[in-house]
Design a protein around this ligand. Structure first.
Ligand SMILES: N[C@@H](CCC(=O)N[C@@H](CS)C(=O)NCC(=O)O)C(=O)O
Length: 208
């Protein structure tokens, strides 16, 4: 039985839950209260010395970091595949996942943190800058999607998974889509049609 140490709103936990759902794997979810600091308790640090969720337990195996967990799930449970067969396309997937983890998710996180504050306390300049940065990234993604249904090509992959948790709530984040980004608009629609993303827990407050 798989066990996932999880926090519902964490986009990295959401990445892993999308993969578990895509592969139709049952998982025992163990909620970790980040506000209460449960991730820094000695018993949790034995699982992940960095004190972060998600952590996956597969029998005796402990895996942490969403990217490594998702690759582990792909290796261990290869069907349906979420990585393309050839190395060039796999490198493309990993590059996009890295872009999502280190650029897209952090900037959308800035917007979410500001929006959680009462309106009068929000840093308007920070919010506007972050929204602009997201728009610049979306323009790049729109170009990358030209002639493709998904970031890696014809098949949904770990690259799409990495962006999904934040891309499907852009409306609630106040990020406007340029009407010229037809590829991005179609991609978001296709993402939302997948049950793994449509039913993803932790996004309720941001769904429109
Ligand atoms: N690179 C890690 C990042 C995980 C991460 O940042 N998790 C956050 C929640 S979204 C966390 O556990 N933060 C708690 C802390 O840093 O104390 C991954 O992909 O799994």
């Amino acid at each position: 039985m798989l066990k996932l140490y999880d926090s519902p709103e964490c986009p990295f936990c959401q990445k892993t839950r999308i993969v578990l759902a895509e592969k139709d794997l049952s998982v025992d979810i163990v909620p970790v209260d980040l506000q209460a600091g449960e991730q820094k308790r000695p018993e949790f640090l034995k699982l992940n010395p960095f004190g972060k969720v998600p952590v996956l337990i597969d029998d005796e195996m402990i895996v942490y970091d969403s990217t490594i967990i998702n690759e582990y799930l792909e290796d261990e449970y290869p069907h349906p595949p979420l990585l393309p067969p050839d190395s060039a396309a796999r490198a493309r997937v990993r590059t996009f996942e890295d872009y999502a983890d280190n650029a897209f998710i952090p900037v959308t996180g800035i917007i979410m943190n500001e929006l959680k504050k009462p309106e009068a306390e929000r840093d308007r300049e920070k919010l506007a800058n972050a929204r602009q940065q997201v728009q610049r990234m979306l323009a790049v993604i729109d170009g990358s999607l030209a002639g493709r249904s998904w970031l890696a090509g014809a098949a949904f992959s770990l690259a799409d998974v990495a962006f999904a948790p934040r891309v499907v709530i852009l409306g609630a984040l106040g990020v406007e889509l340029d009407p010229e980004w037809k590829n991005v608009a179609g991609w978001i629609q296709r993402l939302n049609q997948r049950a793994s993303i449509h039913d993803l827990a932790g996004l309720e407050a941001w769904r429109r």
